[in-house]
Design a binder for this molecule. Sequence first.
Ligand code: ATP
Ligand code: MG
Length: 335
Amino acid sequence: RVRKREVPCRHDINILTPCFLSIFESLVPTKDEIVKQEQLLFSLRNLVTKEWPNAELHLYGSCANSFGVSNSDIDVCLAINNSELSKLDILLRLADILKSGNLQNVQALPHARVPIVKLMDPVTGISCDICINNLLAVINTKLLKDYAQVDKRLRQLAFIVKHWAKCRQVNETYQGTLSSYAYVLMCIHFLQSRKPAILPCLQGMKVTYKAVVDDIEYSYYDQVEKLHNFGAHNKESIAQLLWAFFHYWAYKHDYTKDVISVRIAGSISKHAKDWTRRIGNDRHLICIEDPFEVTHDLGRVVDKFSIKILREEFERAADILQYDPNPTVTLFEPY
Ligand code: ATP
Ligand code: MG
């Protein structure tokens, strides 16, 4: 491991860039798909506001953070202020309202970690999960979308990493591997740490955006159109970055000591966060701080078995990019 930490990237890595870019292009949703998502949101809004005129429906997750691949489900959040109904009652009532519309497989899941109503729209063929008042997810969706607009290499890198994670079956939180959201944060942190940096730390800049959720204020700099040239001094290609990303997680990250944080664009010690030992189900074997819910470790789902699988997959990916004759194929071979 010590030896591999120091290996330089293969000298001809850039010949892989066109191929990785075409993989990225093939994953991006079509205009037609985006239109269908908007149609579905429009009809859901119609149904919901008939019952609750002041309620709002927000898109969140990958369909709104610009990291969604083609044919994804959509995530919707119902924002509602209703003191008469409990959250459970709202969920059940929502399911009834949706059943009265032209929607299929409407199902309330009140006991899920995040309670939702699931449905399928027969007109567009799109599936959808609706949660209630999960406004922090709407805010982190905006943060990710804003980062994506600063430098196009973030979206390219994250799409390829997410695609790799799906192919290699390490994007399954119920099996102890990482969520898509965690992988995007790992990509943002990585690009913030390049020298020169490719991404800034939006939460460390002048505040231009504020939102209040449950009496707590969340804020950051969101005038990203002014940051278009931020990463221009760094000329690294997507192939170089992909290699360096996997190389970092395979050989350089200090799993025993470090927490990665997009909020500060660097690492914090596990000791400082008191994330050094297992507490309940939180094992902290790989630590990724949520940018807003700072006590929340997105690596908490990882256990002593899945950490081994994850690290072996990072090493496999780094070694393929280094030595394999056909890396753009081998990297994505199904697990
Ligand atoms: P995919 O394309 O795989 O569906 P996604 O970004 O939609 O990717 P989900 O796992 O469906 O990922 O999560 C949807 C959204 O919910 C995320 O974008 C994020 O805003 C929020 N979210 C998911 N997991 C967490 C978490 N552990 N903590 C906080 N927010 C989360
Ligand atoms: Mg999703």
